[in-house]
Design a protein around this ligand. Structure first.
Ligand code: C2E
Ligand code: MG
Ligand code: MG
Length: 642
C-alpha cells in the first residue's frame, strides 16, 4: 500500500513543477516579443523558475541524492539571477522611466494604439499611451479613449486604414491630414505616420506642418503670381506677348483660328480724351472680348491698340468669319468710359489653322488685318487668302515710297501735283462755277499712283496730314490766281478734321492769299461722316462759321442713311457714281437719286451727281431735280495749265 502522504507529496510537488515549467515555456514561446535589452534577464528568470520546478519534481519523486546536487544548480542560477536583477533592473527601470518621460514630453504627436473589441464584438482601437504634444494637438486627453472618439478618428483617415496596417503586410501608413483645431478653430495640417508593433499595437506619430504648408502655399502662390505677371498685361489683364511666345513654342498646333484685331486711331483717343479714358476703354474692350471667348480661347494684347484672339473651337474659316464679325460688332457698340460715350472702329484679320502653326497664323492674321485697315470699301473684317500677300507687299512698298516722296513735297520738283476737275450745272454744262482739286502722285519708282490707292495708306500711316496741308495750301494759292467767281473744292480726310489748329490754318491761309473762305469747300466722304460725325461736329461748325463750305462726298457708299444730311451744315451732297442710273429702266437708282435730290432741295442744300460719263445719263439725271454735275462727260481732271 502506498503511503497517502507520499502521494500527496508527489502530486503537490508535481503540480508546482508543472506550474513552474509553464512560465519558462510561455517565455520561450513569446521570446521574440520581449524588448532586446530585457531578454537576458527574462531568460535568467525563466531558468531560475525552471530550476525551481525541476527541484520540486525531484523532491516529489524523492530523488534526494539528485536533489542534493540540483539545489546547487538552483542556488547558482538564483544567485546569478539575483545579482543580475540587482545590477540590471534598477538601471532598466530608470531607463524606462526616462523613456516614458521622453515619450510624454517629446515635441511631436505620439501615441500608442491597441486593438480591442467593444461590447458588440467590433474591432476598435484604444489609445494606450500619448505624448503631451499629442494632447495639445488634438485638444483632448486621449488616454484610454477609443480612437474613433478622438480627432484622428474624425479625420479623413478611417479606422479601417489603421486596422489595415495591423492586418496587412503593409506596416507603415503615411498621410497628410487636415483637422480644424477644437479650440483655435484653425485648419491645421499634420503629417501622420503609423507603424505596427507586435502585439496588436500601433505607434502613431504626427507632426504639425501647418507653418511649412502655409509657407509652401504662399511660395506657390507667389510663384504663380509672378508667373501671371510675367505673362499678362497689367492694365487689361489680357495675356501678353510672353504668353503668346510660350503658346507658340509649347502649343503651336492647339488653335484652330486666330483673329488679329487692331483699333483705329487709338492714339487719337489718348491724345484728345486723355490716357485715363484710353485705359478704361482698353479695359472695357477686353471685358467685352472675354464675354465672347470660349473655354480654351486665349486673348493676348500685343501692343497698345492690338490684340490677338486665339480660338480653340472653330475649324471652319466661314465660322471664323462669323465669329470675327461678332467681335467686331461688340467693338462697334458705343463704350461708356468715365461718363463719356466713345465709339471706336477696328480692323480684324482672320487666319485659320490651314495656314500652319500659330506663328504663321499670326503673320497671316496681321496681314489680313492690315488689308482690312486700308480696305477702300470699308470692309473691316478680312479673312486671310494667299492673294492678300501681294496686296500687302504693294501697300508696304507704296507706304515706304510715299514717306520718301513726302519729304520733299514742298520743294521744287515735288512728285505731287494738283489736278482740277470742273463742276458744272447739270442742265447747262457750259457753266463751270467750281473745280474739285484732286491730288496726283508720280513716283519715279512706282509710276503714277492713284489717290484711291495711296490716300487710304496715308490715312493709316498718318502721312495724310502732310498731303492735306499741301493740297489745301496749293488749292488756296490757285484760287487766289483765278477769277473770283471760280471756287475750289478740296478733299480732306476725317483725320484732318480732328487735327489741332486745322480750321485756324485754313482761315489764315485764306487771309494770307486774299481768298474769300466761301470760295473754298471741303469734301468729306460719307463713310467718314457715318460714325465720326460727333467727334468733329465742333470743327465742322467752326469751318462753316468761318464761311468755308462743306460737302458730303461719295454719298451712298456708307451706311449712314439720308438722316445724316440733316446733321451738319452741308452746302452740297455729292451723289456717288455707283448710285447713278444707267438707263430709264434702272428704276431703283432713279428712285434713290430722286429721293436724295428732293430732300436736298427741301433742305436748301445743293445736290451733285458725280462721275457722269454719257449724255443719256445727264438727261436722265436732269429730270430728277439734281442741280450740279461732275464727270468725264464734261471734263477729266486736268492741270491748271490745260
Ligand atoms: P472723289 O473725291 O470722289 O473724286 C472723284 C473721283 O472720281 C476722282 O478720282 C475722279 O477722277 C473720278 N471721276 C470723276 N469723274 C469720273 C467719271 O466720269 N468716271 C469715272 N470713272 N471716274 C470719275 P481720283 O482723282 O482717282 O480720286 C479718287 C479719290 O481719291 C477721290 O474721290 C478722293 O476721295 C480721293 N482724293 C483725291 N484727291 C485727294 C486729296 O487731295 N485729298 C484727299 N484726302 N483725298 C483725295
Ligand atoms: Mg471728292
Ligand atoms: Mg466722290
Amino acid at each position: 500500500m502506498t503511503d497517502p502522504t507520499f502521494n500527496s507529496h508527489l502530486f503537490s510537488n508535481l503540480a508546482i513543477a508543472v506550474a513552474y515549467a509553464t512560465i519558462p515555456l510561455t517565455v520561450l514561446l513569446n521570446f521574440r516579443f520581449f524588448p532586446k535589452e530585457a531578454r537576458p534577464l527574462i531568460l535568467l528568470s525563466a531558468a531560475f523558475v525552471l530550476s525551481c520546478g525541476v527541484g520540486h519534481l525531484l523532491d516529489g519523486l524523492h530523488q534526494t541524492d539528485v536533489l542534493y546536487y540540483w539545489h546547487w544548480v538552483t542556488a547558482t542560477i538564483s544567485c546569478i539571477c539575483a545579482i543580475a536583477f540587482a545590477l540590471v533592473l534598477p538601471q532598466q527601470l530608470r531607463h524606462n522611466a526616462i523613456l516614458g518621460t521622453i515619450i510624454e514630453n517629446i515635441p511631436i504627436g505620439l501615441g500608442l494604439l491597441q486593438e480591442d473589441l467593444d461590447r458588440d464584438g467590433q474591432r476598435r482601437l484604444r489609445w494606450k499611451l500619448v505624448s503631451n504634444k499629442a494632447i495639445v494637438d488634438l485638444g483632448q486627453d486621449l488616454h484610454d479613449k477609443w480612437f474613433d472618439e478622438t480627432a484622428w478618428g474624425q479625420s479623413s483617415l478611417s479606422i479601417d486604414d489603421f486596422l489595415a496596417v495591423l492586418d496587412t503586410s503593409k506596416p507603415i501608413l503615411q498621410r497628410e491630414l487636415e483637422i480644424r483645431h477644437p479650440f483655435s478653430d484653425q485648419l491645421e495640417t499634420y503629417l501622420l505616420s503609423c507603424v505596427n508593433l507586435p502585439g496588436s499595437y500601433l505607434w502613431v506619430l504626427w507632426q504639425d506642418v501647418t507653418d511649412r504648408k502655409l509657407a509652401y502655399l504662399s511660395l506657390t502662390e507667389a510663384t504663380e503670381q509672378l508667373e501671371w505677371q510675367a505673362t499678362h498685361d497689367y492694365l487689361t489683364k489680357a495675356g501678353n506677348l510672353v504668353l503668346f511666345d510660350r503658346l507658340q513654342i509649347q502649343e503651336a498646333d492647339r488653335f484652330a483660328g486666330l483673329l488679329s484685331v487692331n483699333l483705329d486711331r487709338f492714339k487719337n483717343i489718348n491724345e484728345t480724351l486723355g490716357h485715363s479714358i484710353g485705359d478704361v476703354l482698353l479695359q472695357s474692350i477686353v471685358e467685352r472680348f472675354q464675354g465672347l471667348l470660349g473655354a480654351g480661347d486665349v486673348l493676348v494684347r500685343t501692343g497698345a491698340d492690338a490684340f490677338l484672339i486665339l480660338l480653340e473651337t472653330s475649324n471652319n474659316p466661314v465660322d471664323l468669319d462669323t465669329l470675327a464679325q461678332r467681335f467686331y460688332a461688340e467693338l462697334r457698340r458705343p463704350f461708356i468710359c468715365l461718363d463719356r460715350e466713345i465709339k471706336i472702329d477696328a480692323s480684324i484679320g482672320v487666319a485659320d489653322h490651314s495656314v500652319g502653326n500659330l506663328a504663321l497664323m499670326r503673320i497671316a492674321g496681321d496681314i489680313a488685318m492690315q488689308v482690312a485697315k486700308s480696305n477702300p470699301l470699308g470692309k473691316r473684317v478680312i479673312v486671310w487668302t494667299q492673294d492678300l500677300m501681294k496686296q500687302v507687299r504693294d501697300r508696304q512698298e507704296i507706304a515706304l515710297d510715299l514717306e520718301r516722296a513726302l519729304q520733299c513735297i514742298n520743294c521744287c520738283g515735288s512728285e505731287f501735283e494738283l489736278y482740277y476737275q470742273p463742276i458744272v450745272r447739270l442742265d447747262d454744262p457750259t457753266q463751270c462755277y467750281e473745280v474739285e482739286a484732286l491730288v496726283r502722285w508720280t513716283s519715279p519708282q512706282l509710276g503714277i499712283v492713284s489717290p484711291g490707292l495711296f490716300i487710304p495708306i496715308a490715312e493709316q500711316t498718318g502721312a495724310i496730314a502732310h498731303i492735306s496741308d499741301w493740297v489745301v495750301k496749293q488749292a488756296i494759292i490757285q484760287a487766289s490766281r483765278w477769277t473770283n467767281r471760280l471756287r475750289i473744292a478740296v478733299n480732306v480726310s476725317p483725320w484732318d478734321l480732328e487735327r489741332e489748329g486745322f480750321v485756324e490754318r485754313m482761315v489764315s491761309l485764306c487771309e494770307e492769299y486774299g481768298v474769300m473762305p466761301s470760295r473754298i469747300a471741303l469734301e468729306i466722304t460719307e463713310r467718314a461722316v457715318t460714325d465720326k460725325l460727333e467727334r468733329f461736329s465742333d470743327t465742322l461748325k467752326q469751318l462753316s462759321n468761318a464761311g468755308i463750305r462743306l460737302k458730303i462726298d461719295d454719298f451712298g457708299t456708307g451706311d449712314s442713311g439720308l438722316g445724316r444730311i440733316l446733321e451738319g451744315r452741308w452746302s452740297e451732297v455729292k451723289i456717288d457714281r455707283s448710285l447713278l442710273p444707267e438707263s430709264p429702266r434702272d428704276l431703283g437708282r432713279i428712285a434713290i437719286c430722286r429721293a436724295i435730290a428732293n430732300l436736298c432741295h427741301d433742305l436748301n442744300i445743293r445736290s451733285l451727281a458725280e462721275g457722269i460719263e454719257t449724255e443719256s445719263q445727264r438727261l436722265l439725271l436732269c429730270e430728277l431735280n439734281i442741280q450740279d454735275a461732275q464727270g468725264f462727260l464734261f471734263a477729266k481732271p486736268m492741270t491748271e495749265k490745260t
